[in-house]
Design a protein around this ligand. Structure first.
Ligand SMILES: O=P(O)(O)OC[C@H]1O[C@H](OP(=O)(O)OP(=O)(O)O)[C@H](O)[C@@H]1O
Ligand SMILES: O=c1cc[nH]c(=O)[nH]1
Ligand SMILES: [Mg+2]
Length: 208
């Protein structure tokens, strides 16, 4: 399976608080941002570095830099918005695209309602953000949209993944690496992750 589980003690501790049914939106939002920053630290290993020569006060030496314009962040609306700030703290000059998709609660099929992307090229490294990878149809659809728009190097960053969702993404988009804080047990009949944390969008925005 093409998945990297970033299960640092800080992440496990913070995720446990997020899962609790009595954690409110303020804390939930803050923790999602903090965990995204921590997962992002690992996921951004894939950024391509260039060498440069610099001078310290003592001598010349080799230094490294990356091109901000090659890094693209794409939150899947709505819940993915809760992860943007965490990654942007690491990559403040990255481009940000938005893809709006919701999963129809009856059919469990993805419904696309918005897309606004920066120009993508072969050098673009794209981080797709969505806290929940359940059946995988929403993330797979977002990746498909990015590929239709010339996106080639794509990393999916999630908070919680299900085995079913990971399998689906691995099958549909085998080259995409998934970074996640937790691989949970399974999906229930309504396509919700168990144990999970419920509906991430509703918990972020208090819509239920
Ligand atoms: O892997 P899947 O089975 O596709 O399910 C996961 C999707 O469901 C949630 O979004 P939702 O449809 O609730 O939309 P929202 O973010 O607007 O709440 C979540 O944020 C993912 O996008
Ligand atoms: O567990 C789940 C599944 C889909 N969407 C969510 O927000 N949570
Ligand atoms: Mg939702």
């Amino acid at each position: 399976m093409n998945i990297k589980i970033v299960d640092h003690p800080l992440i496990k501790h913070k995720l446990t608080i997020m899962r609790r049914v009595d954690t409110g939106p303020k804390e939930f939002r803050e923790l999602l941002k903090e965990i995204t920053l921590l997962i992002g630290y690992e996921a951004t290993r894939h950024i391509k570095l260039f060498e440069t020569e610099i001078e310290t006060p003592l001598e010349k030496t080799k230094g490294y830099f990356f091109n901000d314009k090659d890094v693209v962040i794409v939150p899947i609306l709505r819940a993915g918005l809760g992860m943007s700030d965490g990654i942007l703290q690491l990559l403040p000059n990255a481009s940000v695209g938005h893809i709006g998709i919701y999963r129809d609660p009856e059919s469990l099929q993805p419904v696309e309602y918005y897309a606004k992307l920066p120009k993508l090229n072969d050098s673009s490294l794209i981080f797709v953000l969505d806290p929940m990878l359940a059946t995988g149809v929403s993330s797979a659809k977002a990746i498909e949209i990015l590929k239709e728009n010339n996106g080639k190097n794509i990393i999916l960053v999630t908070l919680i993944s299900s085995p079913e969702g990971v399998e689906f993404i691995n099958k549909q988009h085998p080259e995409v690496i998934i970074y996640t804080a937790s691989l949970d047990r399974k999906l229930n009949k309504k396509g919700y992750i168990l144990p999970g944390l419920g509906d991430a969008g509703d918990r972020l925005f208090r819509t239920k």
